[in-house]
Design a protein around this ligand. Structure first.
Ligand SMILES: [Zn+2]
Length: 143
C-alpha cells in the first residue's frame, strides 16, 4: 500500500452549522419555561426522545407532546477525559443516561457530580441551560 504525500496543516478547522428546529420548536420553547417534553406517536403510543416528527416504530407522522417531568434515575454514565475536538475547551465531563418514569431514556451531561459519586440508581433532575452562544441545552443534576 503506497501512501500519498500529504501536507499537514496545524490550523484548526471550524465547522459552523444551523440545525432546523421547526418540528421540535415546542421542545425548546418548553425547556425555556422549565418543562421537559417529548413526542408521543398518536398511532402506536411510542414515546421518543429526542422528539421525533416521524415515529421510528410505525412511521406514523401524527404525534402529541407529553411532559416527561423533571425527575429521572441514573442508569449508566461515563467520565470523558479525552474530549472530542469540539469539546477540548471544556473540563472533563460526565455523560449520563437517565430514565424517566414510564421508561423514556435521555442522554445528557451530568453536572456538578464528581465521577466517584455518580452511581446507577442516583436520583437526577433535568435542567435547562443556555450556552455562551445563547443556544438552549439541558443537563442532569443531582436531585
Ligand atoms: Zn408509532
Amino acid at each position: 500500500m503506497s501512501e500519498e504525500p500529504t501536507l499537514h496543516s496545524r490550523r484548526a478547522l471550524i465547522l459552523k452549522f444551523d440545525l432546523p428546529i421547526s418540528k421540535t420548536r415546542e421542545f425548546w420553547e418548553s425547556l425555556k419555561n422549565g418543562k421537559f417534553v417529548t413526542t408521543k406517536c398518536m398511532k402506536c403510543g411510542n414515546v421518543c426522545f429526542p422528539p421525533q416528527s416521524d415515529c421510528p416504530k410505525c412511521m406514523g407522522g401524527e404525534f402529541e407532546w407529553v411532559d416527561l417531568g423533571r425527575d429521572a434515575t441514573l442508569i449508566t454514565c461515563t467520565h470523558v477525559s479525552v474530549r472530542p475536538p469540539s469539546f477540548t475547551g471544556s473540563d472533563p465531563y460526565i455523560i449520563a443516561i437517565g430514565e424517566f418514569p414510564g421508561g423514556t431514556k435521555v442522554l445528557a451531561w451530568l453536572e456538578g457530580v464528581k465521577r466517584e459519586e455518580a452511581m446507577p440508581g442516583m436520583k437526577l433532575r433535568v435542567e435547562g441551560r443556555n450556552s455562551a452562544e445563547g443556544n438552549p441545552f439541558y443537563v442532569f443534576v443531582r436531585a
